[in-house]
Design a protein around this ligand. Structure first.
Ligand code: BES
Ligand code: MN
Ligand code: ZN
Length: 501
């Protein structure tokens, strides 16, 4: 998809499809309160072309609601799409991001290959922020997961033009637009990885894809395997890998901006289970195919690193992705086994399906050894988190309020939904082991928190955030602005968190 910024007057733009946003300004409630639509453009010709359909009541301007006009009078565009943002009071930059995605997804099945998206003219919506969000949303909307269909029809949009109104701060809008491309493409980079099935994306191949990307954007990189795990005494990470024919990958990416020699080093740690069968504690067959997305946390960190390399914040970052396949085998670890983690802590394995926390334990320890002063991890870690928050919010945990405040601030820009969940000594109690230091499950209740407590043992005194994205990494029902499939969640939030330093 080609993207471009234009400042041509809307009425004069020649295009297959001109998209203009509308809000409902009605604030009264009750049966007589009819929607009052306002088109978010000052262009008189567009206003005139849309007037009849707007007053017809055929569209209520609801969120992502569409009405299409062919051959709109007085415009050079062949079609005019009026796209609802919902109530004016709820019209945010995040709604604009989704609207751009919905516009792109509107065109795809209709064979329209190019469109112009008019930035909304509304005092409460900053134009530069909208430009960034629009490109992000368009790129995200353009992604479809049907990579391996032999009759794959390439419905990809060829050209997405963002039209900025006259009087916009061109330089600011342009810079923001360029950012949006980097962020959207990085999110799609992560989604493409998550979409790959386990046979096409083994830990080794994930390592190769990470290395290729790193070389392309100028990150330092190393990819290690079995020997290095043994050398570093990564007994927790290795215990997951030992039951698979596929060797593990320990992926390390480094971002070291020139001239930055002090200050924090941010450590990004990702769970990269390329397939999670459960191991000897085998999962039931229903939906097991979904467990190819168990590397979504790792992919999110790789996507964030890609964006970091291109956006160049003035802070050092190191990423560690622990990739392995969790399989049952004669050599697989067994419930009851005791493993020694890189940190020296001993772990009693209660359930081999609680493997994510094992690879992350050593990933967190290693990130600290590589100099990380602040940690963030992302993982499709627990079904319990999905039970708690549904597919609406992802879970977030932190051992330090200051680091969490930074993350919370990042969410305002990313627009992603995370909800902070509790840690606490009572949860830590539940993972004490009789035979060793800790066990890898804490029983039936509070599973997201006991998993987080397990990780906290390895983050130890270092300020740390844990993101449990099990419920959001895969979009179960397609939405107007995003296809069913990998979401790329956490890329944008981790990136903004990094940029806040
Ligand atoms: N990868 C799963 C968690 C998961 C569940 C991700 C649903 C995405 C959707 C994880 O490795 C796992 O199996 N967790 C277990 C932990 C349990 C054995 C303590 C779970 O949540 O059931
Ligand atoms: Mn598992
Ligand atoms: Zn897993």
């Amino acid at each position: 998809m080609q993207t471009q910024l234009s400042s041509i007057k809307l009425a004069e733009i020649e295009t297959e499809l001109l998209v203009v946003l509308a809000v409902d300004t009605q604030t009264a409630k009750g049966p007589d309160a009819k929607p009052e639509l306002k088109l978010l453009t000052a262009d008189a010709a567009v206003q005139a072309a849309a007037a009849a359909v707007l007053s017809s009541g055929e569209t209520k301007g609801g969120s992502n609601e569409t009405v299409l006009l062919h051959a709109p009078a007085g415009l050079q565009a062949k079609r005019l799409l009026i796209l609802g943002l919902g109530k004016q009071a709820k019209a945010t930059v995040h709604a604009v991001r989704n609207a751009a995605g919905a516009a792109v997804r509107y065109t795809k099945p209709r064979g329209i290959r190019e469109l112009v998206f008019a930035l909304p003219e509304l005092a409460s919506l900053p134009l530069a922020g909208c430009a960034r969000a629009a490109v992000e949303g368009a790129l995200v909307g353009d992604f479809d997961p049907d990579t391996y269909r032999s009759d794959r029809k390439d419905q990809s949009v060829k050209s997405f033009v963002v039209a900025a109104p006259a009087g916009a701060d061109q330089a600011a809008v342009e810079a923001s637009f360029a950012e949006g491309m980097i962020v959207g493409e990085s999110q799609n980079f992560a989604r493409a990885l998550v979409n790959e099935p386990g046979n096409k994306l083994t830990p080794t191949i994930l390592g190769q894809r990470a290395a290729l990307m790193a070389a392309e954007v100028g990150l330092g990189w190393e990819v290690h395997s079995t020997e290095k795990l043994h050398e570093l005494k990564m007994g927790a990470f290795w215990s997951v890998s030992q039951g698979s024919e596929e060797p593990p990958s320990l992926i390390v990416l480094r971002y070291e901006p020139e001239g930055v020699t002090d200050g924090p080093v941010l450590g990004l740690v990702g769970k990269g289970i390329t397939f999670d069968s459960g191991g000897i504690s085998l999962k039931p067959g229903d939906n097991m195919e979904k467990m190819k997305y168990d590397m979504a946390g790792g992919a999110a960190m790789l996507g964030a690193m890609r964006a970091i390399a291109l956006l160049k914040p003035r802070v050092r970052v190191v990423a560690v992705v622990c990739a392995a396949e969790n399989m049952p085998d004669g050599k697989a670890q067994k419930p009851g086994d005791v493993q020694t983690a890189m940190s020296g802590k001993t772990i009693e394995i209660i359930n081999t399906d609680a493997e994510g926390r094992l690879v992350l334990a050593d990933g967190l320890t290693y990130a600290k050894q590589l100099g990380a002063t602040h940690l963030i991890d992302a993982a499709t870690l627990t079904g319990a988190c999905v039970v708690a928050l549904g597919m609406i919010n992802a879970g977030a945990f932190a051992n330090d309020d200051a680091i969490y405040a930074k993350f919370d601030g990042a969410l305002a820009t990313s627009g992603e939904k995370f909800w902070r969940l509790p840690l606490g000594d009572e949860y830590a109690e539940l993972i004490k082991s009789e035979i060793g230091d800790i066990k890898n499950t804490g029983g039936r209740w509070g599973g997201a928190s006991t998993a987080a407590e397990f990780l906290k043992v390895f983050a130890d005194e270092t300020p740390w955030i844990h993101l449990d994205i099990a419920g959001l990494a895969w979009v179960e029902d397609s939405k107007p602005y995003i296809a069913k499939g990998p979401s790329g969640v956490a890329v944008r939030s981790v990136l903004e968190w990094v940029r806040s330093y």
